[in-house]
Design a protein. Structure first.
Length: 195
């Protein structure tokens, strides 16, 4: 049962999140941030993760606290659902086209959280969503999940397409990385014996 539930309540947000790594890509997303709802719905579908997220946040300030705290909770959910990471493939990567945008995503579920990120959004916002929050989201996700995550924009001019390509690409890379390697399902995928 590779599932987890995270409840995170701060002075800025109140989040309940459930994650099933072995799902069908279903989602119930209500973050109070429309663009993030769209991105998380895509993330669940392309990762084939069952994901439910509800957030009540201080969006009257802006979308930063909700976006960052949801990513923290999602990273914690991945870490909890993976347990000791026994049997996972560990690595995943993809180069994903989203119309004119082209995104490379690569992940190592290493236990060491970090983000290497290269993107050039040509607009500051999509709707009311600040595009700088995309990087903040992935920093918090990678750090709290304990994964090394590389995201590179190889092409693109439409900010919505670039961000959408990133969420889809990361989901698909993670889908591979967290899947069970049937040839080594009882092994920790590291010479150290621990991840």
């Amino acid at each position: 049962m590779r599932r987890s539930e995270i409840v995170r309540k701060t002075g800025e947000t109140d989040i309940r999140l459930t994650l099933d790594l072995d799902g069908q890509g279903t989602s119930e997303i209500a973050t109070g941030v429309g663009f993030l709802d769209h991105m998380l719905t895509l993330f669940a579908r392309h990762g084939r993760f069952n994901l439910c997220v509800s957030c009540k946040g201080d969006t009257y300030v802006d979308d930063h606290h909700s976006t960052e705290d949801i990513a923290i909770a999602l990273g914690q959910a991945f870490k909890e659902a993976l347990g000791d990471k026994r049997g996972i493939k560990r690595y995943g990567d993809i180069t994903l086209p989203m119309d004119e945008a082209l995104i490379l995503a690569a992940v190592d579920v290493s236990g060491r959280g970090m983000l290497c990120y290269n993107a050039n959004f040509l607009t500051e916002k999509v709707g009311t969503f600040d595009m700088e929050l995309v990087e903040d989201f992935f920093i918090s996700l990678a750090t709290n999940a304990g994964m090394t995550l590389h995201i590179k924009q190889l092409d693109g001019r439409n900010s919505h397409h670039i961000a959408e390509g990133m969420f889809k690409a990361v989901a698909r890379a993670l889908r591979t990385a967290v899947s069970i390697d049937e040839c080594a399902k009882d092994e920790i995928p590291s010479t150290k014996g621990v991840l």
